[in-house]
Every structure is written in C-alpha cells, then in structure tokens.
Design a protein around this ligand. Structure first.
Ligand code: S3P
Length: 168
C-alpha cells in the first residue's frame, strides 16, 4: 500500500474546498485536483447540466470513477464534491490515499454562499430550510471520515490553509 501522501478536503457545498485546496497545494508544493472540475472537463459540460440532462445517479457514477483516479495519485491536494461522503467506497479509497480534512462551515456561512446558486444543482431550487436539512443529514458522515476538523467561519482562506498545515 502507498503512503498517505494526499490531502483530501471534504465538506458541504460552500465550505471553500476548491479555493482553500488551491491555496494549500500552492503552499505545500503539491498538485491540486478538484473532482468536480475533472468531471466537468471529461463531460464537457457544467455539473448543473449533467444533473439536468442525465440525473444524479449518472453524476455519482462519474464522481466515483473520478475519485478512484484522483486517489490513485500521490502528493496531491484533492478537493471533493460535497456529496462524496455518500458513497463508502469513495471514502475508503480516499482514506487509503491521504489525510481527510473536513472544512466545517457554519449554517449561516453555507446559506450565504450557496442559496440560489444556479451552478449547484442540489441547492439552486431549494429553500434555506431544505438546504439545511441536507446538511444536517450529512454532518455525521463528514464527522465519521474526518481525520482533522477545521472550523472555517470568520476565517480567510489563507488562515485556514495555514491552520490545516499546522495539523498535518
Ligand atoms: C454536491 C456538491 C457539489 C457537486 C454536486 C453535488 C453535493 O460540489 O459535486 O453539485 O451533493 O453536495 P461542491 O461541494 O463543490 O459544491
């Protein structure tokens, strides 16, 4: 088995996985991969379009393949989609490949960032209480898989990246 050389960012939509991941990778001199971005490139369309045209199950299959490829890399910061924790196989692969960091954002922060965001199919047509219901259902999963938990509320990206590095 390979060493755990990857850093995997998990957390709900709007918790900053992509932007913090990029900054973290830069500071550590590691490669950066974003599973949603890989899916976008492979399918040649936006995530919202994939959901709309082919449905969530199709997206989750693509996500599974993409996670498998990303987890096979070494020395990589991997930003995942908020629903990656729904599939235990994804998490088994990611855990074998690296340290799992949960970016825990407050409900207020999440709503502020994602309410009505058309690029996020699971949030765009939902009320605030429906979004929070999905969040509360997933909290347990994020907590179960996290090696490190970082509170993101009220902190800027750089402070969060530095905090992650201190915990490694
Ligand atoms: C999803 C989160 C999205 C994206 C897809 C599904 C989810 O990623 O993977 O829309 O189920 O929470 P972000 O967490 O980057 O928004």
């Amino acid at each position: 088995m390979k060493n755990k050389t990857n850093i995997v960012l998990i957390g709900f939509m709007g918790s900053g996985k992509t932007s913090i991941g990029k900054m973290l990778a830069e500071k550590l001199g590691k490669r950066f991969l974003d599973t949603d971005e890989l899916i976008r490139q492979e399918c040649g369309m936006e995530i919202s379009e994939i959901f709309h045209k082919f449905g969530e199950e199709y997206f989750r299959n693509k996500e599974k393949e993409t996670v498998e490829r990303a987890a096979a890399r070494e020395g990589t910061v991997i930003a995942t989609g908020g629903g990656v924790v729904l599939n235990p196989e994804n998490m088994e692969k990611l855990r074998r490949s690296g340290i799992i960091v949960w970016l825990r954002a407050s409900e207020e922060e999440i709503l502020q960032r994602i309410s009505g965001d058309a690029s996020r199919p699971l949030a765009s047509n939902k009320s605030e209480s429906e979004i929070l219901e999905i969040y509360s259902k997933r909290l347990n999963l994020y907590a179960t898989y996290a090696d490190i938990i970082i509170e993101t509320s009220g902190k800027d990206k750089e402070a969060i990246a530095i905090e992650i590095i201190k915990h490694l």
